[in-house]
Ligand binder design. Structure first.
Ligand SMILES: Cc1cc2nc3c(=O)[nH]c(=O)nc-3n(C[C@H](O)[C@H](O)[C@H](O)COP(=O)(O)O)c2cc1C
Length: 184
């Protein structure tokens, strides 16, 4: 049976390159993976005071969306050399209540994306720091830093850069193997 992969995009921007890269990843992935894009834009800000038996509805929705996933694909831009606040918020919300993290044990992969040359290296590794604590086996190789992202798509959002498409195809094939290895 196909493995269900939750896709978390760290940008809310309508024309987000990170989202376009995530869509390309889903497109080129082996059929053993199925994708569900999980919207994190309406998740209210984490406040430990609200983490009671009746948390905000948006927190419950996020946690319930992540729990049934076999794995997670993170596609993120870099804000000031780290992950955007909206992504960190989603990570924190779904990590609680303590001992009931929705992320626990889920294999994951990261693709970081930037119009700049460095491919959001800083955000990619900033995110990895949280993933260690969350007990999410994060695929090490291949690493995916997509730079110059503004030049890679046509007006319809289709990836036009063949070498990047080819790279993402290999990346997703490796991720399918990674998910298989870390799930029953
Ligand atoms: C607050 C802010 C901080 C940014 N910091 C960085 C940065 O540290 N490194 C970088 O490569 N791009 C940085 N950028 C530019 C983003 O990479 C660019 O806006 C990108 O298109 C955002 O990703 P998206 O297309 O998925 O929305 C920053 C943008 C904003 C709005």
């Amino acid at each position: 049976m196909a493995k269900k992969i939750g896709v978390i995009v760290g940008s809310l921007r309508k024309g987000s390159f990170s989202r376009l890269v995530a869509k390309t990843c889903a497109e080129v992935a082996p059929s053993s993976l199925q994708f569900e894009f999980i919207d994190i834009g309406k998740v209210s800000l984490y406040n430990q005071d609200d983490d009671t038996d009746s948390p905000p509805a948006s927190w419950k929705e996020l946690r319930d969306a992540i729990r049934p996933c076999d794995g997670v694909l993170f596609a993120t831009p870099e804000y000031n050399r780290g992950v955007p606040g909206v992504l960190k918020n989603a990570i924190d919300v779904a990590s609680r209540p303590y001992g009931k993290s929705a992320w626990d044990g889920k294999p994951c992969a990261i693709v970081s994306v930037s119009p700049g040359a460095m491919g959001a290296f800083g955000a990619n590794h900033h995110l990895r720091q949280s993933l260690v604590f969350l007990n999410m086996p994060a695929m090490s190789q291949p690493e995916a830093y997509v730079g110059n992202a503004a030049k890679m798509f046509d007006d319809s959002g289709k990836m036009t850069n063949d070498s990047t498409r080819e790279f993402l195809t290999k990346f997703m094939a490796a991720f399918a193997t990674w998910v298989e290895r870390h799930t029953n």
